[in-house]
Design a protein around this ligand. Structure first.
Ligand SMILES: [Zn+2]
Length: 310
């Protein structure tokens, strides 16, 4: 099982058993999993809201948690809580209802919905309403409760070990990631994240999710000090290459990427230095899907020591 490093193995096993029960209940379906079927099985209700048309202006809540505990002392209008805490998704256990912000891009709904299904499946999350902002539904959220909901979302959307089996049967390339994205129906960035996390347990791998890397194609809000939206490191990469920064990686990627407005932007071998000062060769490639620049770096071999000849 691809284990989230933040969770104990007992917690991961508990949550995974709940996902297994759901998939069994659905007759172990082929990917992509249909979340409407999951909701029907679990008797969960789904509602969308938007800032302009909340559709539930009169509804109140009394207690809600957003990552670290925040509790209202008195009943509050639900829409005020949503606005005040910038909630993108929430789960109301007493109503068995998932609510999603209809204003966020549709491709993000699937992960957010699965994350809320995760909250609904974990019994110890049931004592309070869960409100989620962009931070708490992100894969890198380190709050315990949110990491648990994200773990459940990943196990559900990637059908437990089914993704693992498929990911290990293909070459570690972006073409493979795109193929798996088609099979499992999750976003390309979610699939890339999962791929690196699973396949890179023993092999050092990394991925970057960025804007277009070419200097002429960067957005005005591009920040040189924080060039990547996500810097995903596999467990083996983290263990051996902990000192490499996203800034130096992004610079190297920008060095080989062309200005094309979509498709493959380039590929090359790069030499990365490990924590012991030894050099290793990685294969890098970058693809632009018109929203995100996706880069995959995979370990090849130790780099032969070059001896200078005088
Ligand atoms: Zn959450």
């Amino acid at each position: 099982m691809a284990k989230n490093l933040l969770l104990s193995s007992r917690t991961s096993r508990d949550i995974d058993a709940k996902i297994e029960r759901v998939l069994n209940g659905l007759g172990n379906p082929e990917p992509p999993i249909r979340l409407e079927d999951v909701r029907a099985l679990l008797n969960l209700d789904l509602k969308f809201y938007t800032a302009t048309d909340p559709g539930f202006a009169e509804e109140t809540i009394s207690r809600i948690r957003v990552a670290t505990i925040q509790v209202y002392k008195r009943p509050t209008l639900l829409i005020d809580a949503i606005k005040k805490m910038s909630l993108k998704a929430l789960y109301l256990p007493d109503r068995k209802r998932i609510m999603l912000d209809g204003d966020i891009p549709e491709k993000k709904h699937r992960w957010n919905e699965a994350h809320e299904i995760g909250h609904s499946l974990i019994p110890w999350h049931d004592d309070m309403m869960h409100g989620d902002n962009t931070h708490t539904v992100s894969h890198s959220c380190h709050e315990q409760i949110e990491a648990e909901a994200n773990f459940a979302a990943g196990r559900l959307l990637f059908l437990r070990d089914r993704f693992l089996d498929e990911a290990f049967s293909v070459d570690p390339t972006l073409a493979s990631v795109r193929k798996l994205h088609g099979i499992f129906g999750n976003t390309l960035s979610t699939t890339l994240y999962r791929f690196v996390e699973c396949v890179g347990v023993d092999v050092p791998m990394l991925a970057l999710i960025t804007g277009h890397p070419h200097s002429t194609k960067r957005k005005p809000e591009f920040d040189e000090a924080k060039p990547c939206r996500h810097f995903i490191r596999s467990p083996a990469f983290m263990a051996r290459f902990s000192k490499i920064s996203e800034i130096e990686l992004f610079k190297a990627v920008a060095g080989y990427c062309g200005p094309q407005s979509g498709g493959p932007l380039g590929a090359t071998d790069l030499i990365l230095t490990d924590d012991n000062g030894e050099n290793h060769r990685f294969k890098f490639e970058t693809f632009f899907n018109r929203y995100d620049g996706l880069t995959l770096g995979t370990y090849l071999q130790p780099e032969q020591l070059m001896v200078a000849v005088s």
